[in-house]
Write a protein that binds this ligand. Structure first.
Ligand SMILES: [Cu+2]
Length: 149
């Protein structure tokens, strides 16, 4: 009983840190679940979503290492769950809502990005990859996508 309360007491602080205060982010990316893909929209050089330089990709989330990334999660059909097991992040994507999640990847690499909510017959194949790039790699990736005119 005491231990349980202690966990609740200590856990509340951690929960508040992770879920309560979203730190100011370096990058905002929109991730939309739809049967059976993750649709990823990057804001482009202007840093704003919903503008002409947005770029859409399927199942590939590219981010720089050591930066706070804000994910605006949506769903086009049913409930999906955005899961980055290596980063201990799991958040439902719910139709009709935009839910903000965030992470800061500390190690470059390629990590699994499955859907963790049974969302239909194609659920088991629904997944993508999180690519965490070094600062230099990321810069090159951006240059390739948005070459300056
Ligand atoms: Cu799904």
């Amino acid at each position: 009983m005491f231990l349980d309360l202690w966990i609740d007491f200590r856990g509340a602080e951690v929960w508040a840190k992770i879920k309560g205060r979203v730190p100011s982010s370096d990058l905002v990316i929109q991730v939309t679940g739809k049967q059976f893909n993750w649709e990823i929209v990057y804001p482009g050089p202007d840093g704003r979503l919903g503008t002409v330089d947005d770029l859409q990709m399927e199942n590939e989330l590219h981010v720089p290492v050591g930066k706070v990334v804000r994910v605006a999660l949506k769903s086009k059909d049913v409930i999906h769950s955005f899961f980055l097991p290596n980063l201990r992040l799991k958040q439902d994507a719910v139709p009709g809502r935009e839910i903000v999640a965030w992470f800061e990847a500390t190690k470059p690499g390629k990590y699994e990005m499955p859907c963790a909510e049974l969302c239909g017959f194609g659920h088991s194949g629904m997944g993508g990859w999180l690519y965490v790039h070094t600062a230099e790699e990321y810069e090159n990736w951006v240059k390739e996508r948005w070459p300056e005119k």
